[in-house]
Design a protein around this ligand. Sequence first.
Ligand SMILES: Cc1cc2nc3c(=O)[nH]c(=O)nc-3n(C[C@H](O)[C@H](O)[C@H](O)COP(=O)(O)OP(=O)(O)OC[C@H]3O[C@@H](n4cnc5c(N)ncnc54)[C@H](O)[C@@H]3O)c2cc1C
Length: 266
Amino acid sequence: MESAVEAVRRLNRMGMFATIDILGENVRSQQQATRAADNYINLLKTIAASGIDSHISIKLTQMGLDISDEFCFDNVSRILETAAGLKNFVRVDMEGSLYTERTLNLVYRWHEKYGNVGAVIQAYLYRSEADVAECIRRGISVRLCKGAYREPKEVAFQAKEAVNANFVKLAEMLLKSGHYPAIATHDGKMVEAAIDQANRLNKRNGEFEFQMLYGINRSGQRELVRKGYRMRIYTPFGTHWFPYYLRRLRERKENIFFIMRHFFRD
Ligand SMILES: Cc1cc2nc3c(=O)[nH]c(=O)nc-3n(C[C@H](O)[C@H](O)[C@H](O)COP(=O)(O)OP(=O)(O)OC[C@H]3O[C@@H](n4cnc5c(N)ncnc54)[C@H](O)[C@@H]3O)c2cc1C
């Protein structure tokens, strides 16, 4: 946790915000899920005490979604209460499509009760246009990403061009009527499209933000900050890094060098 805090401090100095993720997913026991929530509560207190500018990102399968919705609801509520007391914000990452419906329903319930929680919508899913519309209607902040899981053609666009076209369409909906949307991508074309749309819609830089993953496309991150855009860096830490690593590897084979370099350096 100390090294994550130091990494975020460095990002803050470069004019970037962060969202910290404690790596982990698909836990099977209540004990593990309770411990994971306790770790996040500890993280929120550490963020407040250290003065860094960072939200947190959580995965519901780390919080006990595989055990039951109600257990997960109560477990995450403890994190949200702590975050509310510290005036912080919790983003609920989106996992595989088998969890989408349940994840969004839980986010809707938490949002009604606490407010300081946001959703993630994946542009590769056919259902996402309707989900974006529902989040807009409810005033829920959305992080828009392409989607990182292998999904069948019954539920998701398979061609890159189709995913990109949907990303641009959903970004426009969010920039037009969304509640402080986050455009999460390393793809220069998607970034440009979002900037064009924001300009057309007369949206100021403070009304939305870009997000990228720690260490990926650093020059793009710095360039956007230099141009005055808000940039938040997803900063994961912890021992359960393997599934995260595999998803990054599937996106881009060259990421193996990036991960190996950081593995030995950090
Ligand atoms: C902040 C954040 C949070 C996320 N949260 C989730 C989530 O909750 N659920 C989920 O399913 N997915 C999440 N993702 C992952 C996301 O869905 C994609 O899998 C991932 O971002 C890769 O897609 P891309 O938009 O970068 O485009 P891609 O199509 O993968 O890449 C497009 C282009 O980006 C550029 N690029 C990619 N990698 C690099 C690099 N290393 N260096 C330089 N340029 C590069 C290249 O030009 C590349 O051609 C998140 C991503 C981000 C950035």
